[in-house]
Design a protein around this ligand. Structure first.
Ligand code: ADE
Length: 237
């Protein structure tokens, strides 16, 4: 998308959707932009509509059995997937019906070479193309988005962080929430020391690294206990 490359990227994403313009901003900024420029990841955007053979370029139709909304037709979706599929590609359908995206799953996806992300629209996609073409269905959370496009952005971001070199400091990938110690993060502070009467905790100014580590760990445990107690239970199991 945003690069001219000589060598193959470590990880390629092909995003199939009805609105490729949706992705214009997020992949042209910051870390994901740099990751593409340095050839660590590659992102291509594919317009499913261009695979429609319908006279009016239609990609959806009414659901059999009745009910509200429209369903994406199987043919253009199947054609788009088959066109971009290579040996070893993994096809992922983004849908609230999928398995929850976790750090563990992101790490394992980051070890693939080519991920084809299928963004659904309307009420969903004809089940037959999911049966025949999709390897895994993934959800980014228990809520319904207007389309799978924003889920695809979250997916690319969260998975790319695990590609070596994308995040400058490898340690921070491990230290961040959920991976490594399985706790939420500790709070962070920077200048000024006094912000509207709120002080930076004294221990962070002490220069005593062991003490600072212990304080951060205690705050991480406290945060986790307060906000996500089920994560602590998972660590004990
Ligand atoms: N499409 C709509 N809602 C979604 C969700 N929660 N996760 C993934 N894809 C989606």
């Amino acid at each position: 998308m945003c690069q001219e490359k000589k060598e193959k990227s470590r990880l390629s994403f092909s995003i199939l959707s009805l609105f490729p313009g949706y992705f214009d901003g997020p992949f042209r900024e910051s870390m994901l932009k740099r990751a593409q420029e340095s050839g660590l990841i590659e992102i291509s955007l594919i317009d499913i509509r261009s695979y429609s053979e319908d006279r009016h370029n239609r990609v959806d139709d009414r659901p059999f059995g009745g009910g509200p909304g429209m369903v994406m037709k199987a043919e253009p979706v199947a054609k788009a997937i088959r066109d971009v599929k290579e040996k070893g590609s993994k096809v992922i359908y983004l849908s609230p019906q999928g398995k929850p995206l976790t750090a563990k799953l992101c790490r394992s996806f980051s070890e693939e070479n080519h991920l084809i992300l299928l963004s659904g629209h309307y009420e969903g996609i004809d089940e037959r193309v999911i049966e025949s073409e999709v390897d895994e269905t993934v959800s980014i959370g228990d809520y319904v988005l207007t389309s799978g496009c924003s889920a695809a952005i979250v997916f690319v971001d969260a998975v790319s962080r695990f590609v070596p070199g994308v995040v400058g400091d490898e340690e921070s990938v491990i230290q961040d929430s959920f991976e490594g110690i399985g706790l939420l993060d500790h709070p962070h502070y920077t200048q000024p020391r006094n912000f509207e009467g709120r002080q930076v905790p004294e221990v962070l100014l002490s220069g005593d690294h062991a003490k600072i580590e212990a304080w951060r760990r205690a705050r991480a445990e406290e945060n986790t206990k307060m906000r996500r107690p089920e994560l602590l239970k998972k660590r004990r199991d």
